[in-house]
Write a protein that binds this ligand. Structure first.
Ligand code: SF4
Length: 463
């Protein structure tokens, strides 16, 4: 069953990676293999947990060795405005004994204990490599346990060996489509109801966007899955529109909701003034209501004016600063747009996980001079920083040492970050953090010669 499902997901027709590709190239992008010697992204299980763990009132049970459970939630900044159960790690802690005798009873017992002690809204059970390889019937155990405990128990079949993080995102989406979406009914649905798909409330950035929709009279019916409650996802099928925020991750959910429930979807970014405005404009256009369109125009004008005032203190410091951006997917262009809104010049950006469409947008934003980084690794990054004489590196946390080596300021833009940069308020926060990074006194200090080098030249000692 897995193989056919995995093949189907790798051929996802809504994914732009699969457009214009034929034969064995058609699903290449989702089959990223580990490369010896270079840092890897997560496995499929990691991708699935990234997608589902932000459901805050559910228990997330990792069926596998403790090492699989690791500390995935601690390295991602999905925040909750209420329940904190999602932050508790549950695992069946499989050992050699379970590999020999099977871990199904252990899983069943773990589900019962969690249900009794915590009474979560639902229990998501993640099947990792070990039970998948020993051939455990995790779906049957979940079904039996659900009948026993009286709670939804959802199997998530995404063992790490089937592929990378992106595939895991989609497998998690499949679990939502199969077991969750369409199983509940909302208390009330307004005239303009939408779902946010692929927004994980990293550093609480959803909270800068939700008030805008509320102000416009647009109901956000379900958040899939940032700061979500289990119940809201059960009635996501009653929305009138899906907004896909992180373009690639959950496209299968958006497409299948269109097919099953007739809900159209549009892809949006919340980063930067132009993109935020464009997103609201697209939503208003979709609903086609003149009063809503007037409200959107008024909000955009008001926020644009307010932003000009709030950004004024930061603009002189940021204007013209040359930036190398090293991130992935949709952020490769959406963050470029945000930085350009602040007057910065993006001289290079990575296109590692970008689709052909993403790359076209990057090219249009950067112009012919801009460098598109196809490869991975610190060496290439250092070479580009030197070649472009960049003033700053914006990348994921593990690249901060590359910035230190290059002696230039660094800003973390990936999921471990502590500040939300989405929406109008997020843009001001981004400007503030960029200014702090540029003004940190450490950068002048690390460019100076080391004390022992000064001693060596000044004292005449031969060290
Ligand atoms: S690859 Fe398999 S064993 Fe390793 S963390 Fe992922 S699920 Fe666990």
């Amino acid at each position: 069953m897995w193989q056919s499902q995995v093949n189907q997901l790798l051929r996802e027709p809504a994914c732009p990676h699969n457009h214009h590709q034929h034969g064995d190239r058609r699903n290449r992008s989702c089959r990223q293999q580990a490369k010896p010697g270079s840092a890897q992204g997560g496995c499929a299980f990691d991708g699935a947990s990234i997608t589902l763990v932000p459901i805050t009132d559910a228990a997330h049970l990792v069926h596998g060795p403790t090492a699989c459970a690791s500390n995935a939630w601690g390295t991602r900044g999905s925040l909750s405005s209420g329940p904190l159960l999602f932050r508790t790690g549950f695992t069946t802690d499989l050992s050699e004994q379970d590999i020999i005798f099977g871990g199904e009873k252990r899983l069943y017992q773990a589900i019962r204990v969690i249900a009794q002690r915590y009474r979560p809204a639902a229990i998501f059970v993640y099947c990792t490599c070990v039970p998948a390889l020993t051939g455990e019937d995790v779906v049957a155990v979940c079904r039996a346990a659900q009948a026993q405990v009286g709670l939804p128990v959802i199997p998530v079949l995404a063992p790490g060996f089937v592929g990378g993080k992106n595939l895991g995102n989609r497998l998690a989406g499949e679990a939502l489509l199969k077991y969750v979406i369409g199983t509940g009914e909302p208390p009330a649905v307004g005239c303009f109801a939408l779902n946010l798909i692929g927004e994980y409330n990293i550093a609480g950035e959803l909270w800068d966007v939700l008030p805008l929709f509320e102000q416009l009279g647009i109901q956000v019916l379900a958040k899939i899955t940032g700061d979500a409650r289990y119940r809201e996802i059960t009635y996501a099928h009653r929305a009138h529109l899906n907004l896909v925020i992180c373009a690639k991750a959950l496209l299968n959910v958006a497409r299948q909701m269109q097919e099953r429930y007739g809900i159209p979807y549009i892809e949006c970014s919340f980063y930067g003034l132009r993109e935020m405005n464009r997103c609201l404009h697209q939503v208003a256009q979709h609903f086609g209501d003149p009063a809503l369109q007037r409200r959107v125009e008024a909000l955009m004008a008001q926020e644009t004016q307010r932003l000009e005032q709030e950004l004024a203190p930061y603009r002189p410091r940021l204007q013209g600063k040359r930036v190398v951006l090293y991130t992935g997917g949709v952020k490769s262009w959406s963050i470029v747009a945000a930085l350009q809104d602040l007057g910065m010049q993006v001289v290079a950006t990575s296109t590692r996980k970008s689709t052909a469409e993403d790359k076209a947008r990057i090219r249009a934003l950067l112009g012919s001079e801009g460098i598109l980084l196809e490869g991975e690794g610190a060496q290439e990054l250092l070479a580009v920083i030197r070649r472009t004489q960049a003033d700053m590196l914006i990348a994921g946390g593990r690249n901060q040492y590359t910035a230190l080596k290059a002696g230039i300021p660094f800003l973390d833009i990936n999921q471990e970050r502590h500040y939300g940069y989405a929406g109008y308020r997020g843009l001001v926060r981004l400007a503030r953090e960029l200014t702090h990074a540029l003004d940190s006194p450490i950068w002048t200090q690390i460019r100076q010669p080391a004390p022992w080098e000064v001693m060596h030249h000044g004292s005449g000692f031969d060290l």
